[in-house]
Design a protein around this ligand. Structure first.
Ligand SMILES: [Zn+2]
Length: 283
């Protein structure tokens, strides 16, 4: 069972759990109010977070969602507080409300190509027989950016999009130098082949690299936050791969060779995989 980790007096988070694709859930405590980030992938997940927060005398006053994917919203019914999200996230949740999550319906959607096996399998494991998912509609939506004042600490939420989900939003907490990226840096998984596109990647990196003050950078399914240096190397790699994808017209081998020369070392498995996703996105 995951245990809350405290990073400062104001910040605690519940680490991810790969087995059922549980993402990180984070709480930001101000002098007046507390903001929770993401609702979790089930009622059980959300309750685990809320119960452990109580041990720290923390209770959420607002919830913000990073994007519409099931693993970030299915715990919403347990979150009895005003919910904030980007307007596209709101529309997507409205669509999710009409779906059934029973095996038969999930399998049917996987066959049709509107659901992916990766998510369907994780859902079955996480939810067991509890497929009665209640998704309340969020209360507040924003278009580009908004700031939440919690008392002594602020959270800036910005819509950044990207290949993973068009509605992806990130949260920056300047006083703590913490940047919460959700899933925005991951590939598009809702496709026949997982992919990154050049245009969206370059646009995304452009939106994110201005947060160069951040010292702790959270990706929802990464165990530990990235350091400033790791984050910058990661952004640089994505940006350069996008540029090389254009230069070599999606030729994976040529991209890898050039990148290897640039970095003056062999590429690791994860980097080669990322290049593969760009090749898929170029096709
Ligand atoms: Zn996602």
């Amino acid at each position: 069972m995951q245990k809350l980790i405290r990073i400062s007096n104001r910040l605690v988070y519940l680490p991810p759990y790969q087995e059922t694709d549980r993402p990180i859930l984070l709480a930001v405590k101000g002098d007046e109010k507390t903001l929770l980030i993401d609702a979790g992938n089930s009622s059980t997940h959300a309750r685990l977070f809320l119960e452990q927060l109580e041990e720290y005398q923390m209770r959420g006053d607002w919830l913000v969602l990073t994007h519409w994917h099931w693993d970030h919203v299915f715990g919403m019914r347990e979150m009895h507080m005003p919910k904030i999200c980007h307007e596209e996230t709101y529309n997507k949740i409205k669509e999710l409300q009409t779906l059934s999550w029973e095996d038969r319906d999930l399998d049917k959607r996987v066959k049709e190509g509107t659901e992916i096996p990766f998510c369907a399998n994780a859902m079955k494991k996480e939810l067991g027989n509890q497929r009665d998912i209640v998704l309340p509609l969020p209360d507040l939506t924003f278009h580009h950016r908004m700031t939440i004042h919690l008392g002594g600490v602020t959270c800036t939420i910005e819509h950044v999009g990207g290949d993973h989900a068009d509605d992806s939003s990130i949260i920056y907490i300047p006083e703590e130098k913490v940047l919460f990226l959700g899933d925005c840096l991951y590939a598009n998984l809702y496709a026949d082949e997982w992919n990154y596109t050049m245009e969206k990647t370059l646009q995304l990196v452009d939106s994110i690299e201005k947060y160069d003050d951040a010292e702790f950078i959270f990706l929802s399914h990464h165990n530990a936050p990235l350091t400033k240096e790791e984050f910058q190397l990661h952004l640089q790699f994505l940006k350069n791969t996008a540029l090389l994808t254009g230069k070599y017209k999606g030729d994976g081998e040529a991209i890898a060779d050039d990148m290897s020369v640039q970095l003056q070392r062999c590429l690791n498995e994860e980097e080669l995989e990322t290049i593969g996703y760009f090749v898929n996105g170029y096709k």
